[in-house]
Design a protein around this ligand. Sequence first.
Ligand code: ADP
Ligand code: MG
Length: 294
Amino acid sequence: GAPVSNVAGIGNGAKNGVLIKGGEVMNTFANVDTLVFDKTGTLTEGKTAVTQFKDYSRDQLALQIATAVEKQSDHPLAQAVVKFSGDHHIPFEDVQVADADTVKGRGVKATANGKNVLIGNLRMMNDENVDLTSEQRQDLENIQGEGSSTVIVAFDGQIQAILGISDVIRQGVKQSLATLKSLGIKKTVMLTGDNLQTANAVAEQIGIDEVHAELLPEQKVEYVKQFQQEGHKVAFVGDGINDSPSLVTADIGIAMGSGTDVAVETSDVVLMSSGFNELIHAYGLSKKTVINTK
Ligand code: ADP
Ligand code: MG
């Protein structure tokens, strides 16, 4: 059984909005020196919104088609596109969508109104040999440089539109990371499926030590394993279905309470109201709890 003081620690945590699954968790947590974060929905609130819309065809067809296709996806970027069209009363009900397929780490491929439609990132466009004009390339870099994510829409072999999608960095993240360092964390890392430019812009605002972008879920796991092989004790903080392999692999998996059921189920620690104050509390508590048991 868990030491008594450990149980007390757990009770104390639950009162402060942290769910800790089992006594051993606190002992392990106390030894964690590397904190690895997912970006979207973890360091950010995941409240995505379209803030830029570059329409190169200027007939709104790109937006109509993109919306009809994204309606079938539950990706945070897709949700922003659908909301944007709803807010602007863009009609998309008449678009005929067939065969919408997710392309891992890239976006969605579909047939809509008989056209071969690509909706995704630059990697997807490169894979499919769809070139950007220098104007489009500049637009993409400007949007990503501000820390927004981008969605590129292409059909008829051409880029039709680029959407800039912003998210809100969780309040107080910068200060929280600094506090965690003062409590014993040696290294903070961001792992994300998003593009490097956007990831770097966010990282700069919050002062995180290391950034790895454009990753597939299995590549996130590889980083977690690499840090462990280097002798670090690793906690991974995430919210998505994508994150659950990393949550399981890390020494401590920490899920945002607002995250998907799978993330919550596969974690050791749940931050009930998704605040980083809870993370600080739990880590601080683990240090005290472990000292108490000695
Ligand atoms: P993440 O959730 O970290 O963004 P994913 O593997 O789900 O990781 O996606 C990787 C990238 O693929 C996204 O950052 C985005 O550029 C692109 N992508 C994925 N799904 C969509 C979608 N439905 N619409 C547009 N782009 C998408
Ligand atoms: Mg996420």
